[in-house]
Design a protein around this ligand. Structure first.
Ligand code: 13P
Length: 246
């Protein structure tokens, strides 16, 4: 069985004071021990957050570059994350793809280097509104996943986050049926193009306006293995999302 996985993506939010508040609600409430939990933190706060976070929650970078070191002003490397005890990273978030113009190719190269370095990775994929409306959802997510599959050798340390761009930060959550359909197609694609055991064991999680309310029905679908949560991960609602299957 696939272990349920809930990630918080804080994006470019937080201050020491706000992080203290988030950590205190995470420490003081019941968290379903069968759920793997990570929080994605701005680079500059990774070490601070790690120093106060309870040990049942793991910490995650939000981005990294494709080399170990060098003249790449403003970037951080997988080796630097690991040197600071950060085991996870998010790669290919739609905000990186769309605002910072990261290509499928760059995302695949970064994923390759992060795996080789020993990081665990949440890879984000997902279609835009006009792509869904013109019937291109499958084509887009298959193209995004193929770029990665062509580069990497092992899927052991990967979680896929399906995050339709039209659902991110908009309050327009995809329905459980819409998400289940895409996750099922991704699993079939993986079975045919990678291998059946990877398709069976890989966690495919959903992100896009997940709330304490809609998480309950989303979590019932057989191919939804968890969530990647933006806004709600900054609030105590994150606890309810972690515990959505209880
Ligand atoms: P929201 O939950 O704020 O829609 O963000 C989703 C997201 O982008 C998580 O990576």
């Amino acid at each position: 069985a696939r272990k349920f996985f809930v990630g918080g993506n804080w994006k470019m939010n937080g201050s020491k004071k706000e992080i203290d508040d988030i950590v205190s609600f995470l420490k003081n409430d019941f968290l379903d021990p069968t759920v793997e939990i990570v929080v994605g933190v701005p680079s500059i706060y990774l070490s601070y957050t790690k120093s106060i976070l309870p040990t049942n929650i793991n910490i995650c970078g939000q981005n990294c570059y494709k080399f170990a070191k060098g003249a790449y002003t403003g970037e951080i490397s997988p080796a630097m994350l690991l040197d600071n005890g950060i085991p996870w990273v998010i790669i290919g978030h739609s905000e990186r793809r769309n605002i910072f113009k990261e290509s499928d190719e760059l995302i695949a190269e970064k994923t390759f280097h992060a795996i080789e370095s020993g990081l665990k990775i949440i890879i984000c994929i997902g279609e835009k509104l006009e792509e869904r409306e013109s019937g291109k959802t499958e084509e887009v997510v298959f193209r995004q996943i193929k770029a990665i599959a062509d580069k990497i050798k092992s899927w052991n340390n990967i979680v896929i986050a399906y995050e339709p761009v039209w659902a991110i930060g908009t309050g327009k959550t995809a329905t459980p049926q819409q998400v289940q359909e895409v996750h099922d197609k991704l699993r079939t694609w993986l079975a045919e193009n990678v291998n059946p055991s990877t398709a069976e064991s890989l966690r495919i999680i959903y992100g896009g306006s997940v709330t304490a309310d809609n998480a309950i029905n989303l979590a019932k679908e057989k191919d939804i293995d968890g969530f990647l949560v933006g806004n709600a991960s900054l609030k105590p609602d994150f606890i309810k999302i972690i515990n959505a299957r209880k």
